[in-house]
Design a protein. Structure first.
Length: 406
């Protein structure tokens, strides 16, 4: 079965380019933590405001994004997201001039609002561009380009900031802002076909006709949706907190210097993440998504717990186990959760895109634990997040098996 039909191939390619853009933007945050700790003389806990501010933007803008794309379509959602993204990036220019952490945080908040608009539009759109049975596999493939952005950002921006040449943080953000605004111009000129999500599994009424409030109440009345939102929140707690403090972990005991750590984060950890996501897409074209998720959840729990033991090479390997087996979690949980949402998929997507606020919570908690104990012990925070995903995977497998037996 084809992942994408020929008539949707061009829209899929265009939408997939957005996954790269926000992957790049989110991965830069992981470099900014260490950079601002040194350039602005702030603590690990204070630097986690970088993630907190960005993902507060996600949380506050997600539902308005879902309402907007429900009423005006995917293309306008994409263009609006790109405009906010570009404006936020250019705000780094006055931030660098003033060397003001609050101004940088305002810029990151605006970027976060733009990114959630993009993700709320692109994730369900990519999932819908083909057969329902291949939605998880298709979304994992598109998300692989998110992984490519994550690989390139730390090595490019980290190499620039940690080179010792006193390069300003406004330079990479200015370049990115210009590119993103040009992309907004491109998307304003092209047509993205609106996809009819089909019938609701439990109701045939459209979210546009019944009203946003009624749609939200109906979605939250479904266990499949509620549990999916919780699981995705817990995944973001784990994934974002590890990314954010990877450089701190790698440099804490002299394992690497910060420049080497940014390269290892790119080509080692995030490179492994991307390869695993591509492999996961291929595997899920033959194996049930729920079953793959279960296996991966078990492995991530084991990997995170191994890090907390501070057992030398075993613990360091545990970090990479987390990256390898968490790779398929976001797109898989997302696809499972919006399955059956029908015409309410855009509003469902907006709630799922609130969940990166978990990254703000997780990074802040992990930073605090690191400050009062050690970087190794701080991995208890992502371990708890992965455990929640494991419980969700067990529940999803039981539900799927019951459905198949019928």
């Amino acid at each position: 079965m084809r992942l994408v039909s020929k008539k949707y191939l061009l829209p899929f390619i265009l939408i997939t380019s957005l996954f790269f853009m926000w992957g790049f933007a989110r991965a830069i945050l992981d470099v900014l933590n260490k950079h601002f700790q040194e350039s602005l003389s702030i603590s690990i806990t204070q630097s986690t405001l970088i993630q907190a501010t960005t993902y507060v933007g996600y949380f506050l803008m997600a539902l308005p994004a879902g309402i907007m794309i429900t009423r005006f379509g995917y293309r306008r959602g994409v263009v609006t997201g790109l405009l906010l993204f570009g404006i936020g990036a250019l705000l780094f220019i006055p931030g660098a001039h003033l060397m003001s952490f609050p101004v940088f945080l305002v810029a990151l908040f605006v970027i976060g609002c733009g990114l959630v608009m993009l993700e709320t539009s692109a994730n369900p759109y990519a999932a819908e561009l083909g057969a329902k049975e291949t939605a998880a596999s298709r979304l994992n493939l598109a998300q692989s380009f998110n992984g490519l952005g994550c690989i390139l950002a730390p090595v490019i921006v980290g190499g620039f900031l940690f080179s010792g040449d006193n390069g300003g943080v406004e330079v990479p953000y200015t370049v990115m802002g210009v590119i993103v605004l040009l992309a907004a111009l491109l998307f304003s000129r092209v047509q993205l076909p609106e996809i009819n999500a089909g019938e609701e599994s439990e109701s045939t009424v459209s979210s546009e006709k019944e009203g946003i409030g009624a749609t939200i109440r109906r979605l939250w009345g479904r266990k499949r949706f509620r549990y999916g939102v919780i699981a995705l929140f817990c995944y973001e707690v784990a994934e974002i907190s590890i990314n954010s403090l990877f450089i701190n972990y790698a440099t804490a005991d002299g394992w690497m210097d910060k420049s080497t750590a940014s390269i290892v984060l790119s080509f080692g950890a995030l490179g492994l993440f991307m390869v695993a996501r591509i492999a996961g897409s291929a595997i899920m074209s033959k194996v049930r998504a729920e079953k793959v998720l279960l296996v991966c959840a078990v492995m991530t729990v084991l990997g995170a717990v191994a890090v907390t033991l501070d057992a030398g090479a075993i613990s360091k390997a545990g970090v990479f186990v987390c990256y390898a087996f968490e790779a398929i979690m976001f797109p898989t949980i997302f696809a499972i959760t919006i399955g059956g949402a029908g015409n309410s998929v855009k509003i469902a997507s907006s709630f799922l895109m609130m969940t990166p606020i978990g990254g703000a919570v997780g990074t802040s908690l992990m930073g605090y634990v690191a400050d009062v104990t050690s970087m190794s012990m701080a991995f208890i925070v992502p371990a708890a997040g992965y455990l929640c995903v494991l419980l969700y995977a067990i529940s999803a497998n039981k539900t799927k098996l019951k459905t198949i037996s019928k």
